[in-house]
Ligand binder design. Structure first.
Ligand SMILES: Nc1ncnc2c1ncn2[C@@H]1O[C@H](COP(=O)(O)OP(=O)(O)O)[C@@H](O)[C@H]1O
Ligand SMILES: NC(=O)OP(=O)(O)O
Length: 314
């Protein structure tokens, strides 16, 4: 089967005490085992990853460096997004190549720096929803809001984070290149962090300050590649209702009617579980026989067999 895998940026930095590059590489190595399991079973895999924590860390680095060495180099948000594609793509392609080599599978693996077209009038620019960077206490968040002018919001019971604009993806600029690479048999990492957001201006495209949700970008790529499965991998085994409450219940299957009802009830946190569920709904509606699943990073194989994860069905 043709599968688009979406890997969570938070899930790739899953240890709250260790956000180092080394820890992320170790998580990528573990994740690579699940990915190569699928390749070994004969599936064609394309990969999209998130960048929420990482792009926030990169933005914080450039802001700190700007003040520290007076270099006058303050990298804009879109450039920080491109850095995050290099950082995470490098770790993923390194980890996947190594795992393929260990199992004597001969396949090329590479990352495409990807620009994704958004509408400059998207309402996402007026209402920032995408959490980036680290988690803070309420007091720390209020201080950052005051001192740096950041917009801070609570993120799914995990603490406060900076939020930025998150417009919806319209098209993938490098889609023909990605299609050709996938058709050649390569494992392609693309649309990282949802893609670098660009808008059309006259005859040119121009980067903008935003972070596209990688779940929506992965759904768009799954449509472009006419994938059979959109498999969104994150830090929880299944989608839940009454998440983090005493009556929490995990779901094996969700119909589109249930998706709508649960969204209406506010069961899915904006900026975390909500976009995953919405992206799955869109893919399930795209054409007949399309499968959308949300599962944990370590259980991709089980999820495809219906033994783990939450399947969104028509
Ligand atoms: N209804 C829900 N069911 C399961 N998890 C939820 C729910 N609502 C919020 N979450 C949280 O959303 C997280 C996934 O979102 P996020 O961390 O943004 O994903 P990613 O791994 O793609 O970066 C889960 O790990 C969980 O903490
Ligand atoms: N860009 C993006 O959706 O990142 P996360 O997966 O880290 O939220």
């Amino acid at each position: 089967m043709k599968i688009v895998l979406a890997l969570g940026g938070n899930a790739l930095q899953s240890d709250p005490k260790d956000k180092t590059a080394e820890a992320q590489l170790n998580t990528c190595k573990e994740t690579a085992k699940s990915i190569v399991d699928l390749i070994e079973e004969g599936h064609e895999i394309s990969i999209v990853h998130g960048n929420g924590p990482q792009v926030g860390q990169i933005v914080a680095c450039t802001e700190t460096a700007y003040k520290a060495d007076n270099s006058n180099v303050l990298f804009p948000f879109d450039v920080c997004g491109s850095f995050s594609q290099g950082y995470i793509g490098y770790h993923l392609q390194n980890a996947i190549s190594e795992e393929l080599k260990k199992r004597n599978i001969n396949k090329s693996v590479g990352t495409v720096v990807t620009q994704v077209l958004v509408d400059k009038n998207d309402k996402g620019f007026q209402n920032p929803t995408k959490p980036i960077g680290s988690f803070y206490s309420k007091e720390e968040a209020e201080k950052l809001q005051k001192e740096k002018g950041y917009i801070m919001k609570e993120d799914a019971g995990r603490g406060y984070r900076r939020v930025v604009a998150s417009p919806k993806p319209i098209d993938v600029i490098e889609k023909d290149l990605i299609k050709n690479l996938v058709a050649s048999g390569a494992v392609v990492v693309s649309c990282g962090g949802g893609g670098i957001p660009v808008v059309q201006e006259n005859n040119t495209i121009k980067g903008v300050a935003a972070v596209i949700d990688k779940d929506f970008a992965a759904e768009k790529l799954a449509e472009i590649l006419d994938a059979d499965v959109l498999l969104i991998l994150t830090a929880v085994d299944r989608v839940c209702v009454n998440f983090n409450k005493p009556d929490q219940k995990s779901l094996e299957v969700m119909t589109l009617e249930e998706v709508d009802r649960y969204i209406e009830e506010g069961q899915f946190a904006p900026g975390s579980m909500l976009p995953k569920v919405e992206a799955c709904k869109k893919f399930a509606q795209f054409k007949e026989d399309k499968t959308a699943i949300i599962a944990s990073l370590s259980k991709a194989k089980e999820a495809l067999k219906g033994l783990s994860g939450t399947k969104i069905v028509k």
